[in-house]
Design a protein around this ligand. Structure first.
Ligand code: FES
Ligand code: MG
Length: 576
């Protein structure tokens, strides 16, 4: 790596000289039709696009990219769109999360290797937001995010239905004999009606809200529907703004500060955001070198009321959220209550307080006043105990209140196949007071930490009218899901955590108010079981082997150990 002179724009190291390498860099770009003066030192903006037809949520990103380009050109920059790995929740197996870190490497290396002065990240479906931000944070150029927006509200037989949330509801209704299979299949096309991400407050809309709360997008980015013209307008203004950011030399690290992450955690509580945000924000902070831990989530999020009444915790959907005023209203309400850092700077060079000053609420049922919350204490709770010495996560707003304090007998599933096989057994010894325990679904275990933590209840209990039970695992759950579900148990079973040692019939105690998760088995007995435990085999080769060796546990963001940190934007050696 060579060090760059402070005055010379980064792209000029490629385009600004008379050497044979400069000839190569310019000549081949000219083949795209660029005039000579494109290389005179104006900002070169990369549009990092996660478009893919295998990621239906991001299917409209080429149109969004066009509007960003218009904005960049209007402001006197040069725009170059480039593809990076896309990550679609619905098709990728064993789980898109297995590839989040891989995609982040792609983003980081693509940015650093190219003549870019600033970057616009186009992100939508769940993992594309953390993957692009993690990669960009490890480079630290001027960067802003344009999110894809949510799809239109689902509508089935006149009823509003929510992405994901109603998949779980309908599939339980089928298992309980309350919905026919033809009806179930008819609902498919009623749920996903346009481009855009899930329109519940699932992980994608949570992460788009985190982006806005962190200040790395223009205001209103989170809630504008995918197919609303205002999103194209926002994309165009974002294109202008990134050129301005390059001129101001406002790097990502000036925006992604400790205060910004504290704001994001509080906003996550207020929107009833996804448990996945815990892992992703810790991973992004890790890349930026900002200290952030599980305890921050509990401490900062604990007393935040959930005021956004969206599924899965509430009743409405993302379109309703936008029409009610969107995230600026939420942030204004938190600010007025002294719950946010109003002076946190954002990409438009204005503070959060300035950005939301004129926000107005148009529907108090969708965005409730702070004194009439949906849930009093909406933040995510971090649990600890001998079953999760490094922590576990539960979303109380999505749980059944009376189960938040519960002691019951464990029914253990050794892995997801064991669960699928055993749960259908009519003579399975289980009742509604039992605690369902699923092992080997964490980062190393699945591999990739799949969203299987909200395992469906036994059909025989569903038929009895039981709708919730305590479930514990080292897995994640979809942000669109709900239930009394303890997730992200660390260390995971496949890494030899206590979870691996739980047996059928053990007593487990969940105490959300006291933040406890305890396995009532003596230390001597646990030591005996530990001595007999055999770790699962390591994958033989390929990416999965690297991932397995290097992935960190959930409490550290499930990044890979060698990717943590910022490696900067120094200009690499010439290529020829
Ligand atoms: Fe893409 Fe939900 S599946 S956002
Ligand atoms: Mg998901």
């Amino acid at each position: 790596m060579t060090t760059e002179s402070p005055k010379k724009r980064r792209s000029q190291h490629w385009f600004g000289g008379t050497s044979k390498d400069n000839f190569i860099h310019r000549s081949w770009m000219k083949s795209e039709g660029l005039p000579d003066d494109s290389f005179d030192g104006r900002p070169v903006i990369g549009i990092c696009n996660t478009w893919s037809e295998l990621t239906p949520c991001n299917q409209h990103f080429r149109q969004i990219a066009e509007r960003v380009k218009h904005g960049v050109l209007q402001a006197g920059g040069i725009a170059v769109e480039f593809p990076v790995s896309s990550l679609g929740e619905t098709l990728m197996r064993p789980t898109a999360m297995l590839y989040r870190n891989l995609a982040s490497m792609d983003v980081e290396e693509a940015i650093r290797a190219h003549p870019l002065d600033g970057v616009v990240l186009l992100a939508g479906c769940d993992k594309t937001t953390p993957a692009t931000l993690m990669g960009a944070a490890s480079v630290d150029l001027p960067t802003l995010v344009v999110s894809g927006g949510a799809m239109l509200n689902g509508n089935y037989r006149g009823e509003a239905i929510g992405s994901g949330t109603h998949v779980w509801k309908f599939s339980e209704a089928v298992n309980a004999g309350k919905m026919t299979l033809p009806q179930f299949m008819q609902a498919e096309s009623c749920m996903s009606r346009s481009a855009g991400v899930c329109m519940t407050m699932g992980t994608a809309s949570t992460m788009a809200s985190m982006v806005e709360a962190l200040g790395v997008s223009l205001p209103t980015n989170a809630a504008i529907p995918a197919v609303d013209s205002r999103r194209l307008e926002l994309a165009q203004r974002s294109g202008r703004m990134i050129v301005d950011m390059v001129e101001r030399d406002m790097r990502l690290s000036q925006v992604l500060t400790r205060e910004a992450f504290e704001n994001a955690i509080r906003v996550c509580g207020a929107i009833g955001g996804s448990t996945n945000a815990v892992i992703h924000l810790i991973a992004i902070a890790g890349r930026m070198g900002v200290p952030l831990s599980l305890d921050d989530w509990d401490r900062l999020g604990k007393d935040i009321p959930t005021i956004v009444n969206l599924m899965p915790s509430g009743e409405y959907l993302m379109e309703d959220f936008y029409y009610a005023g969107g995230l600026p209203v939420v942030m204004k309400r938190l600010l007025e209550a002294g719950l946010l850092h109003g002076d946190a700077i954002t990409v438009n060079n204005r503070t959060q307080a300035q950005n939301v000053e004129h926000a107005e609420c148009f529907n108090d049922k969708v965005i409730r006043p702070l004194n009439q919350p949906l849930v009093e204490q909406g933040g995510l709770a971090i649990l600890r105990g001998n079953l999760a010495p490094q922590g576990a996560v539960i979303k109380p707003s999505a749980a059944t209140a009376k189960l938040l304090q519960h002691r019951g007998r464990a029914v253990v599933f050794e892995n997801i196949e064991h669960y699928k096989e055993r749960i259908m057994e009519p003579d399975l010894d289980i009742d509604e007071n039992c605690v369902m325990v699923l092992k080997n679904c964490g980062p190393k275990g699945y591999p990739g930490m799949a969203e299987v933590g909200n395992m469906g209840l036994p059909p025989k209990l569903l038929q009895k009218g039981i709708t919730d039970m305590v479930r514990i695992s080292d897995a994640r759950m979809s942000g669109t899901a709900y239930g009394t579900v303890v997730l992200h148990v660390a260390p995971e079973a496949a890494a030899g955590g206590t979870l691996a040692l739980v047996q059928d019939g053990d007593e487990i105690e969940l105490d959300v108010a006291g933040r406890g998760l305890h396995l009532h088995v003596s230390d001597e007995e646990l030591a005996r079981r530990r001595a007999a435990w055999v770790p699962p085999p390591e994958p033989a080769s390929g990416y999965v082997r690297m991932y397995h060796r290097h992935v960190l546990q959930a409490d550290q963001g499930a990044d890979m150990d060698f990717l943590v940190g910022c490696r900067g934007a120094a200009v690499p050696r010439d290529s020829h």
